[in-house]
Design a protein around this ligand. Structure first.
Ligand code: ZN
Ligand code: ZN
Length: 354
């Protein structure tokens, strides 16, 4: 067992560094993972930018990581040394009533999130996903096909939240669905919704993001900066509006656009949080008379994580265009600078080769 680990830390606003501390011995139900990659998520780079003051610092950030099991405690049964794994960093207890009912892990009363968990013995908050070595409970691990690249496997976590949201929509085949925001999360939403049978349109102000969508076979894309945007959107639905709109960007404009383009009886999925908090004027009478459904989503249930891993292992969707760049841990500050540029997809921090 290695004696120490290096990990990425958000130290203060706009400052990320590599820190190091000793590794403690494994408990019987724990494993030691040698992480190979960790993607920088919106949550991470927005904290780095200073937009999420509710997330404590110093933050040993990272939850889109993947790696290889290199040691397993004496009572571990579900994974073996050599397995490629991803970790459910929501840390559901798996034993309480809510977990056993298959509810979203955020309802588990015995889970501690990065916001509620106190600092560890070394003074850090967070999941240590962006660490070369990470100790995890075996019950939170999912085995990934070794053919799936590590940085793609790391997308299992965001993918699981998308699977959760799309399930909440109770999609029917052929429903016309619009995704507002075509970055990593919008693209994942579009791919999962298409897999479940929706006729998907993507929208964004970034031509680069729309190009990526088209490359993945989405021929219905809308540039939200186009002066004829609403007209073109209406034309795609024969004037009726979209049956379903997924808001995958936390901006006031996106919410207002959604209310312009949703069909009577339509469903609106609020996938993205926005910082600063978006404003939104919703007419309750319109919700009433037009029978709109406004659905929130965040996090996932354990079964969604398993389904997401199934999508990855079965090559059901193509996530390779969503990795913008691979940057080694030593350059963690540059990785955050890249990740926080508006046009970027995911930046993968490479953790192997210590
Ligand atoms: Zn995330
Ligand atoms: Zn629980």
């Amino acid at each position: 067992m290695p004696e120490k680990t290096q990990f990425g830390v958000i130290v203060t606003d706009r400052v990320a560094q590599v820190h190091e501390h000793p590794l403690r011995p494994l408990r019987p139900t724990e494993v030691l993972i040698e992480n190979q990659s960790c993607n920088i998520c919106t949550t991470d780079y927005q904290q780095w930018m200073g937009l999420r003051p509710q997330q404590p610092k110093p933050m040993a950030f990272g939850h889109e990581n993947s790696g290889v099991v290199i040691e397993a405690g004496s009572e571990v049964e579900n994974v073996r040394v050599g397995d490629h794994v991803v970790i459910n960093n929501y840390h559901p207890c798996m034993e309480c009533e809510d977990c056993r009912k298959g509810r979203n892990s955020v309802f588990c009363k015995f889970r501690q999130s990065v916001r509620t968990r106190p600092a560890d013995a070394y003074g850090y908050f967070g999941n240590y996903g962006c660490a070369r070595y990470q100790i995890a409970k075996s019950k939170h691990l999912f085995r990934v096909d070794p053919q799936v690249p590590f940085e793609i496997a790391g997308l299992a976590e965001p993918l699981s939240t998308v699977v959760h949201g799309v399930k909440r929509l109770r999609l029917r085949t052929g429903e016309k669905l619009l995704v507002l925001g075509s970055g990593t999360m919008g693209n994942l939403n579009a791919q999962v919704a298409r897999y479940f049978g929706a006729e998907v349109t993507l929208s964004d102000v970034s031509e680069k993001k729309l190009r990526t969508a088209r490359r993945l076979g989405f021929d219905r894309t809308l540039n939200a900066g186009d002066p004829d945007y609403f007209e073109k959107a209406r034309a795609l639905t024969g004037g009726a509006g979209f049956d379903i709109i997924i808001v995958a960007v936390g901006l006031t404009e996106a919410y207002n656009q959604a209310m312009e383009m949703i069909a009577d009886g339509g469903k609106l999925l609020i996938f993205a949080a926005g910082y600063p908090k978006p404003g939104w004027n919703v007419d309750p009478n319109a919700v009433h008379y037009k029978l709109w459904e406004i659905i929130g989503t965040f996090g996932c249930a354990t079964e969604d994580f398993q389904d997401a891993v199934g999508l990855l292992n079965g090559r059901k969707i193509d996530l390779s265009p969503l990795i913008e760049e691979r940057i080694p841990l030593e350059q963690i500050q540059q990785a955050f600078e890249k990740a926080s540029t508006p046009d970027a997809f995911r930046i993968a921090v490479l953790l192997g080769g210590s």
